[in-house]
Design a protein around this ligand. Structure first.
Ligand code: NAP
Length: 284
C-alpha cells in the first residue's frame, strides 16, 4: 500500500500559489485573507495560527479578527463589514460560535465571492447546480489529492462515508462532477462494510477513530482519510484503521493522518483566496 504524501502535495500547490501572488502583487493587488475568531477556543486558535503561517509562506496578507468575548452581533457585523471591504478577498469564520448566532447565519453573512471555505449555503447550492463557486476546502482537498495522484474517477465507484455540509456532501458532489458513481453513507447506512468494499475510491469523513477496518476495503482501492480524531496522547488518528488496512495489503493507496488531507486543505484556502483576488483558476 502506498501512503499519499499530503505535505508534498501542499508544497506543490504552495509553489503555484506563490507565483500567482507575486503576479497579483506586481499588478498592484495584495491578496488578503480575513480570519474571524468568534469565541475563545484553543483548537481554533491553533488552526488560525497554522493558517497564518501558510499565508505568510505564500505572500498572502492574513488578518485575524479576534472577537472572542464580544458576542453574536459583533460577529455578524464584522463578517458583513469584511464582505463589503474591497481590500479583503477571502473570509473564513472559525467555530465555535458564541451564543445567539447559528453556523448558518454566520456563514450566510460571508459574501459568496469571498467565501473561500465554501461555508455560505449559496456556495453549496452553486456547487450542487454545477455553477462556479468555492467548495469547502476540505472537500476540495479530497479531489485535489485524487487529481494530483492521477486517480481515474470517471465511471468508477466512489463511496463517501459522512454527509456533513462541510465535508461529505460537497466531496460527493465534486466526485459526481468528475463522473464517478457516488454513494453517500451515514450513521443509518446498513452494511457499511459491504458498501465500502465496493468502492474504487473510498472517502472517510466520519469522526470515529479507526472505524474503517481492513474488511471495508476493495483490493486496490484508493482511500482518502479525512478524519481527525484526537488521541489520548495528544496526537491525531484518522477514521481509517491504518495499521490493520496497511497490514491487510488491501488498499492501493491511503492518505495518512496527520500529513494527508490536512495540509492540502489549508493550502487550498490560500489558493481560493488568490482566485478570489483575481488570480484566475489555478487548478492545473
Ligand atoms: P460531522 O459533521 O460530525 O459528520 C459526521 C458524519 O459521519 C455524519 O454524516 C454522520 O452520519 C456520519 N457518521 C457518524 N458515525 C457514523 C458511523 N458509525 N457510520 C457511518 N457514518 C457515521 O463531521 P465532519 O465535520 O464532516 O467531519 C468529519 C471528520 O473529518 C472529523 O473527524 C473532522 O475532525 C474531520 N475534518 C478534517 C478536516 C481536515 O482538514 N483534515 C476538515 C474538516 C473536518 P449522520 O449524518 O447520520 O449523523
Amino acid at each position: 500500500m502506498r501512503l499519499i504524501d499530503g505535505r508534498a502535495i501542499a508544497k506543490a500547490i504552495a509553489a503555484e500559489v506563490t507565483e500567482a501572488v507575486s503576479e497579483l502583487r506586481s499588478a498592484g493587488t495584495v491578496p488578503a485573507l480575513a480570519v474571524v475568531l468568534p469565541a475563545e477556543d484553543e483548537a481554533a486558535r491553533w488552526y488560525v495560527r497554522s493558517i497564518q503561517r501558510q499565508a505568510a509562506k505564500v505572500g498572502i496578507d492574513c488578518v485575524v479578527h479576534d472577537l472572542a468575548g464580544t458576542g453574536a452581533g459583533a460577529v455578524r457585523d464584522r463578517l458583513s463589514e469584511l464582505s463589503a471591504d474591497p481590500a479583503v478577498h477571502g473570509i473564513i469564520c472559525q467555530t465555535p460560535l458564541p451564543q445567539g448566532i447559528s453556523l448558518e447565519v454566520a456563514a450566510a453573512s460571508i459574501g459568496p465571492a469571498k467565501d473561500v471555505d465554501g461555508a455560505n449555503p449559496v456556495s453549496l447550492g452553486k456547487l450542487a447546480a454545477g455553477l462556479p463557486s468555492f467548495a469547502p476546502a476540505t472537500a476540495a482537498a479530497v479531489l485535489e489529492i485524487l487529481r494530483r495522484e492521477r486517480v481515474p474517477l470517471s465511471g468508477t465507484r466512489a463511496v463517501v462515508v459522512g454527509r456533513s455540509v462541510v465535508v461529505g456532501k460537497p466531496a460527493a458532489l465534486l466526485l459526481l462532477a468528475e463522473n464517478a458513481t457516488v454513494t453517500i453513507c451515514h450513521s443509518r447506512t446498513k452494511n457499511l462494510a459491504g458498501v465500502c468494499a465496493e468502492a474504487d475510491v473510498l472517502v472517510a469523513a466520519v469522526g470515529r477513530a479507526g472505524l474503517i477496518g481492513a474488511g471495508y476495503i476493495k483490493p486496490g482501492a484508493v482511500v482518502i482519510d479525512v478524519g481527525t480524531n484526537p488521541t489520548p496522547d495528544g496526537g491525531l488518528a484518522g477514521d481509517v484503521d491504518a495499521e490493520a488496512v496497511g497490514a491487510s495489503g488491501a488498499a492501493g493507496a491511503l492518505t495518512p493522518v496527520p500529513g494527508g488531507v490536512g495540509p492540502v486543505t489549508t493550502m487550498l484556502l490560500m489558493r481560493h483566496t488568490v482566485e478570489a483576488a483575481g488570480g484566475g483558476m489555478l487548478a492545473g
